[in-house]
Write a protein that binds this ligand. Structure first.
Ligand code: NAP
Length: 273
């Protein structure tokens, strides 16, 4: 049977916000949560196709979900702008009610050696990857605590791990690794802060996934094809975590391979693929 939306699925009626849902991993997560019955707020800067040099837009993500009978709404938000961050949670709440699932997936990434890193780009990476997830958490946690339940997921990266010898020069990824490490430490700290309030906080490292972003950076090629993670695996892991009892899976910082193996998950075909 081909992929479809199950409005009575394990996330039926739950309100989910996914950042970076205009393409790549975020789009797949938004689609997968909607397939399980969630009301999905898809967020990013690109609303219409052609506004960004990379493929993908919120209109396409939302249409993909609605065309299959799912529930989705687009909110334009530049995560580098504090007013936009506030507007995202306000508009999501106005449209569907208090946010119950928050997936922090968006990232902007530049690779430069530390001595050559342009300040403007450094600040942008920190705003989008560190400050924005912090502020979004501060906004969604009070309503989640009131509801007695919630899920927050961070999409991290193996780049957060410390480099091992023999060193190969790092290829300009130190700042990216730093931002992801900050996100992981924030995630475990938040998990511990929110445990008693029944709010789960977890971080997943996707491995190498073919997306418009990794294509742009020349990170995916035929030689590493066998090591690439299907985007459907990340979507499935997030779906699984968001469907679990918050106290059962929380405070985890793990690779996608570990999540898939431990919980015996299999990638699921997505609607509109
Ligand atoms: P991608 O194809 O480059 O997509 C990035 C997403 O982030 C887009 O939807 C983009 O939307 C959004 N975004 C960027 N800047 C933004 C801003 N200022 N405000 C709001 N949204 C913004 O990336 P991806 O490969 O799917 O990666 C998704 C996540 O997985 C990232 O956190 C990345 O670090 C992580 N990751 C990916 C891989 C991989 O192999 N793909 C590996 C490790 C970790 P707009 O441009 O429309 O705003």
């Amino acid at each position: 049977m081909s992929a479809q939306v199950n409005r009575e699925g394990t996330l039926a009626g739950r309100v989910a916000v996914v950042t970076g849902a205009s393409r790549g991993i975020g789009e797949a997560i938004a689609v997968r949560l909607a397939m399980e019955g969630a009301k999905v707020v898809a967020s990013a800067r690109t609303v219409e196709a052609g506004e960004h040099k990379l493929s993908g837009s919120l209109s396409e993500t939302v249409a993909r979900i609605r065309d299959a009978g799912g529930e989705a709404y687009a909110v334009r938000c530049d995560l580098a702008i504090p007013e936009d961050r506030k507007g995202l949670i306000e508009q999501a709440t106005e449209r569907y009610g208090p946010v119950e699932i928050l997936v922090n997936n968006a990232a902007v990434t530049y690779y430069f050696p530390v001595t050559e890193f342009p300040e403007k780009r450094y600040r942008l990476m920190m705003e989008v990857q560190v400050r924005a997830p912090f502020e979004l958490a501060a906004m969604v946690v009070p309503p989640m605590a009131d509801a007695g339940r919630g899920h927050i997921v961070y999409i991290s990266s193996g780049a957060a791990r410390h480099p091992q010898k023999p060193y190969r020069g790092g290829r300009g990824g130190t700042v990216y690794g730093m931002a992801k490490a900050a996100k992981e430490r924030f995630s475990t700290g938040l998990a511990s802060e929110l445990y008693e309030q029944n709010i789960a906080v977890n971080a997943i490292s996707p491995g190498l996934v073919r997306t418009p972003g990794t294509e742009l950076h020349g990170l995916v090629n035929e030689r590493n094809e066998a090591f690439q993670t299907p985007v459907e695996s990340i979507a499935e892991a997030v779906r699984f975590i968001a469907s679990s009892e918050p106290k059962e899976i929380t405070g985890r910082v793990d690779s996608i391979q570990r999540f898939m193996k431990e919980f015996e998950l299999k990638p699921v075909e997505l609607i509109g693929s």
